[in-house]
Design a protein around this ligand. Sequence first.
Ligand SMILES: CC(C)(COP(=O)(O)OP(=O)(O)OC[C@H]1O[C@@H](n2cnc3c(N)ncnc32)[C@H](O)[C@@H]1OP(=O)(O)O)[C@@H](O)C(=O)NCCC(=O)NCCS
Length: 212
Amino acid sequence: MGLDALDAAGPGAGPVTVQRGLPAGAEQRAAELYWEAFGRKLGPALNPPGKAVPFIAAHLHPDRAVCALLDGRLVGLAGYQHGGRAFTGGPALAVLRAYGHLRGLHRLLLLALFERRPAPGQLVMDGIAVSPDMRGRGVGSLLIEEVVAVATEQECREIRLDVIDTNPRARALYERRGFTAVRTERTPYLRRLLGFGAVTTMHRPVGTRAGA
Ligand SMILES: CC(C)(COP(=O)(O)OP(=O)(O)OC[C@H]1O[C@@H](n2cnc3c(N)ncnc32)[C@H](O)[C@@H]1OP(=O)(O)O)[C@@H](O)C(=O)NCCC(=O)NCCS
């Protein structure tokens, strides 16, 4: 299967293409995809959904994502952190402004649990989501390979990601794409609140560019 474009949607629907950066105007759709994929995990920090989706949409850095498009529609995206910039996340003040100072405080603490800063030479992939009607057709794999291409160009040593214990299919996908588990942090106290009890960190080495 070619990994630059994919006839993922069946005959007549046109190929899925992958591009760097979130297209202007796709912020709301990107936030909806993220919420659909990660709402269970992010809910305690950002609920209700009517507030969460606009909040996510308003605090995106479009240059820190790779996107999959089908006939101009955003059908998947992978956000990453590199060079001190992540795809999602506003300043603490924005959370307090949106949710109120009192209610915002514990939300900030919850959001801090998801904070993952790259070590030198790392690119952190921190959120890949494919539209439910498009899953299982290779779109996620295309996005991962595009993130690898970004990391290679940025001369990163490795890509890091975290996967929760309730998502074994995502973990299987990462293993097929060359990631290996390096450690697991058990968080049984989070199971009731956030729905998962362990987080596994995975790495994939990145080859240096030819001639670099
Ligand atoms: C994980 C995800 C991005 C994969 O995208 P995709 O386009 O379905 O991926 P591909 O088609 O390239 O690969 C399919 C593989 O993805 C994995 N996968 C994970 N969740 C899946 C789902 N709900 N449906 C289909 N495949 C899924 C499986 O390993 C699957 O292979 P299998 O059918 O042999 O089990 C997508 O399923 C998704 O958005 N899930 C919800 C968000 C999420 O869990 N993100 C990862 C957080 S660490």
